[in-house]
Design a protein around this ligand. Structure first.
Ligand code: PBG
Length: 335
């Protein structure tokens, strides 16, 4: 792109094209649409169960029957993808997280139920062991508390296959083990799941913004060691994110994700420009909590929701995982 500066004020008045709504709309460069949102959802056991999450006002854990209603509401507003996160009973959590690959586990049942009741909904699942491990880490531990990469991958592959067999459209590994994308892709191809897509959490940082999510899935109190820095990225690093993305693409990822969102907009732009692959941002639980806290206090208007989301699109994201999905879609549809 090049700029010419031969035309100067008063001939050039940029305000001319800000004159009214229709003129502004005509020249708007980036659009935000409900189809750009992926709604993360927290699913519980039981019937007709809903629980609030104190650090995420407006977000609820829902039993499968209520999740189906929620999926229908999302679809009616044009949000076509959900990402399922299970809330697992503490009694089922073990050091090896084996409930993660139970064919009849909560995630598998939730995927089947949503695909049966709302077949148009694109269903995505999260692959990582933290909802299932008694220590709250995303993988298996050795005696020193180190998360073992290759042994963890074997379990993650079993978990991913359970999700694929249940009918998930997109599998989204959030664990950050090295080599897991290739292992999952190979396993899917071998079982005939040639069209089960993988959205890799490629550049996932060891972030303090995940706190409310860990409350939501009930892993916060369990988290042995208190952090995941052995496998999630150091937030001082930029080039390493490109390296992670390149590896995941080579291993077979169909789409990549940058997470968290707003403090990492630079990477969304850089990944999109470098690789051109479908690139997603996760506006994580802590970002949601910050916005909601300010909105509920009257310190910010709820117009910040769409402003925060279009920022991801402007940075180059194709879509955004956001807890604001339903509310933002309503705002867009009612505008
Ligand atoms: C678990 C996982 C996390 C999130 C998505 N998948 C938390 C973590 O890594 O501890 C974070 C989502 C959010 O904060 O909204 N592997």
């Amino acid at each position: 792109m090049s700029y010419t500066f031969n035309r100067q004020y008063p001939a050039t008045r940029l305000r001319r094209l800000r004159y009214n709504d229709n003129v502004r709309a005509m020249i708007r460069e980036v659009e935000l649409h409900p189809k750009h949102f992926i709604a993360p959802v927290f699913v519980l056991e039981g019937d007709n169960q809903r629980e609030t999450i104190s650090s995420m006002p407006g977000v609820e854990r829902l039993s499968i029957d209520l999740l189906i209603n929620y999926a229908k509401e999302l679809l009616a507003e044009g949000v076509t993808t959900i990402d399922i996160f299970p809330v697992i009973d503490n009694a089922l959590k073990t050091p090896d997280g084996k409930a993660a690959y139970d064919e009849d586990g909560l995630t598998a049942r939730a995927v089947k139920a949503v695909k049966d009741a709302v077949p148009e909904m694109v269903v995505m699942t999260d692959v990582a062991l933290d909802p299932y491990t008694s220590h709250g880490q995303d993988g298996l531990l050795d005696d020193s508390g180190y998360v073992i990469n290759d042994a963890t991958i074997e379990v993650l592959v079993k978990q991913a296959l359970v999700h694929a067999r249940a009918g998930a459209d997109i599998i989204s590994p959030s664990d950050m083990m090295d080599g897991r994308i290739k292992a999952m892709r190979d396993a899917f191809e071998a079982e005939g799941f040639v069209n089960t897509a993988i959205m890799a959490y490629s550049a996932k940082y060891a972030s303090a913004y995940y706190g409310p999510f860990r409350d939501a899935v009930g892993s916060a109190g369990n988290l042995k060691g208190g952090h995941k820095k052995q496998y999630q990225m150091d937030f001082g690093n930029r080039a390493e994110a490109l390296h992670e993305v390149a590896m995941d693409i080579n291993e077979g990822a169909d789409m990549v994700m940058i997470k968290p969102g707003q403090p990492y907009l630079d990477l969304i732009r850089e990944v999109k420009d470098t690789f051109g692959i479908p690139t997603f941002a996760y506006q994580v639980s802590g970002e949601y909590a910050m916005h909601m806290a300010a909105i509920q206090n009257g310190w910010l208007s709820d117009a910040v929701i769409l402003e925060s989301l279009i920022g991801f699109r402007r940075a180059g994201a194709d879509g955004i995982l956001t807890y604001f999905a339903l509310e933002a879609a309503r705002q867009l549809n009612n505008a």
